[in-house]
Design a protein around this ligand. Structure first.
Ligand SMILES: [Zn+2]
Ligand SMILES: [Zn+2]
Length: 549
C-alpha cells in the first residue's frame, strides 16, 4: 500500500495505475497456504571470494545503498551470490533485479546450479503454468532468491532482507508506459521502507548513482587477454577497412561481432568528411532533422535552424543523415563473404528465449561466424571465441538529442568491447570521428564520470530534476490546446523552469498527434507541486524521463 501510494504521488498517476503493477499477480495467486518449510537445507557454499571481493562485500554490507562499480569479469556475480547465501542463513529473502532475465540465460544457469530449488526466475516469457509454480514457491517460502526484471519488485515477498539491482545503468529499468516508474529508484525507496540494504552493480554506473551513493571499485577482469582499439573516421557504413578486418578474421577461422546502435527515431546531420554534428546552443544536446519543415530542431527547447547545405567546420557539401539497419548490414556482409555464416542478433529476429539460446549455442559451437546486432549483443553473454568486435556508428549515439548521450555511447562501447577477447587477444574496431573522447575514457570510466559532473551541473540530473509532460490525441488541435493550457498555468510557478514545449520529435504515434512540455527544477517536490496544480486531462507525466522522442 505504501509503495503504491509513493508511486502515485511521485510519478503523478492514479492509485489505480500504481496498483495495476501489483494486481496482475492476484489472479494466479494460490488461495491456501500449503505446508512448507520442510527442507530448509542450505547449499554448501562453493563460492570462494578473493580478498578484493571479500572487501567489497564487507563494504556493501555497511551501506544502506552501496554501488558496486566493477569491471566486466571482475566477479560481481560471486559477490551477489555470497550475499544471497548470507541472507539465507539469516532466513531472509533477496530480490535480484536484472534488465531482462530471459536475455541472460547464462546468469539463470549459474543461479540454478548454485541455489537450485531456492531460486525463482521471474520473467515475461514464463508460461501461465510456470508463473503459477513460481508464485506458489514465493508464497510458501521455498523461494529465497527471486530473480527477474523490474516487475519482480512487485512480487509479494515475505521477510525481505536485500535487493540487488544488477546493471543499474540499464534503461530498461524505466517503464515507458504509465506509470512511468524507474525500478532502480523504487528499489531504493523499498529498501528505505523496509530498512534493508540495496546493492547497485555495474561496470559503467550511471552518473546519478555514482554521485548519490558510496561506491567500491573492483578493477580488471580475470581474462588476461589483450585488447587493441582501432579507430576509423567514417560515418555509419561498412567501410573497406571494416570488411578487410572481417575478412582477416574469417581467414583465421575466428569469430566477429558487429555492433550497431539501436536505431533511434531521430535523424542527425553529420559531415562525412570531418564528422561535425550540430548541437543546440542552449541545451548542448544534438539536434535532429525535421523533414517537413526542412529544419534542424532541438527537442529540449525547440530551438530551430535551417538545414545547412555545407559543413560549417570544413565547408564540405557531404552532409548526411543516413543510417545502417541491422538487416541491411547482415545482407551486405553475407554478400561480400558468401561462405561465411552471418546471423542477425536483435529484437526483430531473437524474439524468444529459446531463439536466443539457440543462436548463442550456434555461435559458441562455431557454427556461425559473425553476429550482427544491437544492444542485445552486449547483454552479459559470453562469446569465448570472439577476436574482432566492430562497433559501427558510435557518433550517432554520441550526438543524440539526449543529455545522457555521452554516458550511453561510452558505456555501450565498454560493454561491447568487454564481450570480445575472453580467451584470445582481440581487436576492437570503432567507427568514430571522436577517437580522443573514447580513447581518453575507455579504461577510465570514473574519470569520465568526474568530467561529466561538470557538464551536467546546473542543467541536468542528478543536479536538476526533469519532467516531461506528454499530450497525445487523434485530434491534433485538441492535443496542442491541452499543452498550451497547461503551459499557461505553469508560467506562474517560479521554481519550475519551462525548458521548451511544442511538437514531440516523433510527431505521430498510432494515429495520435503528440505534444510535450519539458520542465526543470532544483527539486522534484517543486515539480510535483506545480504539475498537480496545473495538470489537464490529456497530460501524461514522465518524471525523470530518459526518452525524449
Ligand atoms: Zn565537415
Ligand atoms: Zn535546446
Amino acid at each position: 500500500m505504501e509503495l503504491a501510494r509513493f508511486i502515485s504521488a511521485y510519478y503523478i498517476c492514479s492509485l489505480g495505475d500504481a496498483f495495476s503493477l501489483m494486481m496482475a499477480f492476484i489472479h494466479s495467486y494460490p488461495k491456501h497456504e500449503t505446508e512448507s518449510q520442510k527442507s530448509e537445507s542450505l547449499p554448501e557454499s562453493k563460492i570462494e571470494l578473493s580478498s578484493k571481493q571479500t572487501k567489497a562485500l564487507e563494504f556493501l554490507k555497511e551501506q544502506k545503498v552501496g554501488l558496486l562499480f566493477g569491471d566486466t569479469g571482475s566477479g560481481k556475480t560471486e559477490i551477489y551470490m555470497k550475499y544471497f547465501e548470507q541472507m539465507m542463513l539469516e532466513k531472509k529473502r533477496s530480490i535480484f533485479l536484472m534488465p531482462e532475465i530471459s536475455l541472460t540465460p547464462q546468469m539463470g544457469l549459474r543461479l540454478d546450479e548454485h541455489f537450485g530449488e531456492s531460486v525463482v526466475m521471474w520473467h515475461s516469457k514464463l508460461t501461465p503454468k510456470q508463473k503459477k509454480i513460481a508464485l506458489q514457491k514465493i508464497h510458501d517460502g521455498r523461494a529465497k532468491i527471486i530473480a527477474g526484471p523490474r516487475s519482480a519488485l512487485f512480487l509479494p515477498i515475505k521477510d525481505l532482507g536485500l535487493i540487488v539491482v544488477d546493471e543499474e545503468h540499464d534503461d530498461s529499468y524505466k517503464s515507458s508506459s504509465r506509470p512511468r516508474y524507474n525500478a532502480r529508484d523504487l528499489a531504493i525507496y523499498l529498501g528505505k521502507l523496509y530498512n534493508i540494504n540495496v546493492v547497485l552493480g555495474s561496470a559503467t554506473p550511471s552518473l546519478t548513482s555514482y554521485v548519490k551513493f558510496p561506491h567500491i571499485r573492483l578493477k580488471g577482469g580475470h581474462f588476461n587477454s589483450k585488447k587493441e582499439f582501432i579507430y576509423e573516421k567514417s560515418v555509419e557504413t561498412l567501410s573497406p577497412l571494416i570488411l578487410e578486418y572481417i575478412n582477416r578474421t574469417l581467414e583465421l577461422k575466428e569469430q566477429s561481432i558487429v555492433f550497431l546502435p539501436t536505431r533511434a527515431n531521430f535523424k542527425y546531420l553529420i559531415c562525412k568528411d570531418c564528422g561535425h554534428t550540430y548541437e543546440c546552443v542552449f541545451c548542448s544536446v544534438g539536434m535532429s532533422i525535421h523533414q517537413n519543415s526542412r529544419a534542424l530542431k532541438c527537442h529540449y527547447c525547440n530551438y530551430t535552424q535551417a538545414i545547412p547545405q555545407i559543413c560549417c567546420e570544413c565547408q564540405s557539401p557531404n552532409l548526411t543523415s543516413s543510417r545502417l539497419g541491422t538487416a541491411e548490414a547482415v545482407k551486405n556482409i553475407a554478400q561480400t563473404f558468401p561462405s561465411a555464416v552471418v546471423e542477425q542478433f536483435d529484437r526483430d529476429v531473437i524474439t524468444t528465449a529459446t531463439k536466443l539460446k539457440k543462436a548463442l549455442k550456434r555461435f559458441n559451437d562455431k557454427e556461425s561466424d559473425i553476429l550482427v546486432g544491437t544492444q542485445m549483443l552486449s547483454k552479459g553473454h559470453d562469446y569465448h571465441g570472439v577476436t574482432l568486435a566492430v562497433v559501427l556508428g558510435m557518433d550517432n549515439m554520441l550526438n543524440m538529442g539526449d543529455y545522457r548521450a555521452r554516458e550511453k555511447a561510452l558505456s555501450s562501447l565498454i560493454q561491447v568491447s568487454g564481450r570480445s577477447g575472453r580467451l584470445k587477444d582481440a581487436k576492437v574496431l570503432v567507427q568514430s570521428f571522436n577517437e580522443e573522447f573514447f580513447k581518453a575514457y575507455i579504461d577510465r570510466y570514473e574519470e569520465f564520470l568526474e568530467q561529466e559532473k561538470e557538464f551536467r551541473e546546473g542543467l541536468y540530473p542528478p543536479y536538476k530534476r526533469l519532467c516531461r509532460v506528454l499530450f497525445s490525441d487523434k485530434n491534433g488541435a485538441k492535443a496542442r490546446e491541452a499543452m498550451q493550457k497547461m503551459h499557461d498555468n505553469l508560467v506562474d510557478y517560479a521554481h519550475v523552469e519551462i525548458v521548451g514545449y511544442g511538437k514531440c520529435a516523433v510527431e505521430r504515434v498510432a494515429n495520435k498527434y503528440r505534444f510535450e512540455i519539458l520542465l526543470r527544477s532544483d527539486k522534484s517536490t517543486e515539480l510535483i507541486k506545480a504539475i498537480k496544480a496545473t495538470k489537464v486531462i490529456l497530460a501524461e507525466i514522465d518524471m525523470d524521463p530518459i526518452e525524449f522522442s
